[in-house]
Design a protein around this ligand. Structure first.
Ligand code: TXA
Ligand code: MG
Length: 444
């Protein structure tokens, strides 16, 4: 009977549509977001229609929407409705104890979150004084908002935020994105949007719409495609209410810049970021450090490692892992030469374009015993992220994903100094989470 057949009773995957909003995502509007939205709606453009459709889905549906911010793509849901926020955890398969960042278009919206309407029973009680953003955050807000900085605020009693947003913690994380497009979407929706990065849990964060599609196709209905994100790593998360204040996650705003703000001179790093220890046998994938992780094993070389010893180590790996690692990737930054010099003269030259991938095949001979020789063919992939930290941050996640699409088995990455401030610390933090092994200077 047709009604009982599995194809009828199974939940069919969703059709995930990608709607372009490139023009809206590249404008710096001369007027307020409200005026901009009003004029866009009047113009009746296809991009305005896409935003209106997304806003409607966000207001009424329980399936999250992918959208661009200046840092990475976010997966947004109405932060005030539990069913909608649960949809984020479901689509990403995110652990439910990992709280979400709330995105707002203005400080007014934050004030409304801090001062929810009182319950009926309290209406006749003593008038509460108005809650405001604590002063400690003022210098940071003046300098970095709108922008890639998330602050933690106390979640008030009767909060209108869905409890899933804070994972039942007493604080909520909030930011005003510098992307005018993200603020436009929030304004058009008229709600604060809970939005984690729009990757499947454990995968590198998405910096183009196709990354979101790759991870979440069939799980969400709509992705707004605004082109590549400008920053490439996520926001810095700070807690100004602990003493001394703390940085919970390094990101788009540098630690030194934060330290220069009054009240933040003694800011401490509350994230674990020790270099991983060299291990001859990498710990199994899926162990504690994996987070921004491609399928491949990632071996991260600390900056300044000796090129000869790096080559020696890579060559030894190529032979040791002759059976397992048939596809080997290199992600270069400041000093490594093309494919660590492994390219035979007949192979295609590097494309020279920052962030693009070149590949070639390489015959490797190894001797499991003195008298036997085994020949294998490897495919080598190479991506140069460029010299500038901004370019490295912008291209990093895309490079890890590009290698994943080719099913690369092992990726060697050239680290950068993490004491350069700015984005360098964020880049190295993400790389350490992606890597099984970090090889320090002198250890290669
Ligand atoms: O740039 C970004 O921050 C991007 C874009 C989409 O805005 N979002 C993002 O969200 O990276 P997500 O969920 O991938 O990372 C949120 C981080 C997590 O490390 C989480 O633990 C922390 O913020 N966080 C959020 N709310 C928190 C809270 N109440 N207490 C402590 N940490 C919190
Ligand atoms: Mg994330």
């Amino acid at each position: 009977m047709a009604a009982l057949s599995p194809s009828v009773s199974a939940v069919s995957p969703r059709q995930t549509r990608i709607l372009p909003v490139h023009r809206l995502n590249s404008i710096s509007p001369p007027q307020s977001i409200a005026e901009w939205w009003a004029s866009e709606q009047q113009s009746g453009s296809a991009e305005a229609a896409a935003v209106a459709e997304a806003a409607e889905l966000l207001r009424t549906g329980n399936t999250p929407v992918g959208f661009p911010t200046e840092t990475v793509y976010g997966l947004g849901a109405d932060a005030t409705r539990s069913a909608a926020v649960q949809g984020i955890y479901r689509a990403k398969q995110r652990p439910r104890d990992n709280p979400l960042i709330v995105h707002v278009d203005s400080e007014d919206m934050i004030e409304r979150l801090l001062n929810p309407p009182a319950k009926d029973t309290e209406a006749n009680g003593p008038k509460n004084t108005k809650r405001t953003i604590p002063d400690i955050y003022r210098p940071l807000i003046e300098r970095f908002w709108p922008g890639p900085l998330t602050i933690l605020l106390p979640n008030p009693p009767n909060s209108i935020l869905a409890p899933e947003v804070t994972a039942k913690l007493h604080m909520f994380g909030v930011r005003i994105p510098s992307s005018p497009f993200a603020r436009l979407l929030i304004h058009a929706t008229g709600r604060p949007l809970a939005a984690p990065s729009a990757n499947a849990s454990t995968k590198p964060s998405p910096t183009i719409a196709q990354h979101v599609y790759h991870d979440l196709q069939g799980r969400i209905d709509l992705i707004l495609d605004g082109g590549p994100c400008g920053v490439g790593v996520e926001s810095t998360v700070v807690d100004g209410l602990s003493s001394p204040p703390a940085i919970l996650r390094p990101g788009g705003v540098g630690i030194d810049e934060i330290r220069a703000c009054p009240g933040w001179e003694k800011v401490r790093k509350a994230y674990k970021d020790e270099a991983l220890q060299l291990k001859e046998i990498p710990p199994a994938p899926g162990m504690k450090y994996r987070h921004y992780s491609p399928k491949a094993d990632v071996v991260l070389f600390e900056t300044g490692s000796n090129p000869t010893s790096i080559s020696r180590r890579v060559n030894a790996d190529l032979k040791n892992t002759a059976v397992g690692a048939r596809k080997v990737g290199f992600i270069r930054t400041r000093t490594w030469e093309y494919a660590l010099g492994l390219a035979p003269p007949s192979s295609p030259p590097p494309s020279g374009e920052i962030g693009s991938m070149t590949s070639f095949t390489l015959e490797v001979e190894y001797h499991p015993t003195t008298y036997s020789t085994i020949k294998t063919t490897k495919t080598i992939y190479d991506i140069h992220l460029g010299q500038k930290t901004e370019d490295i941050a912008r291209g990093l996640f895309a490079a890890l994903r590009a290698m994943d699409l080719e099913d690369v088995d092992i990726i060697y990455v050239e680290g950068i100094p993490d004491n350069e401030g700015e984005l360098a610390a964020a880049v190295m933090n993400r790389l350490r989470k992606a890597a099984e092994v970090e090889i320090r200077k002198g250890q290669a």
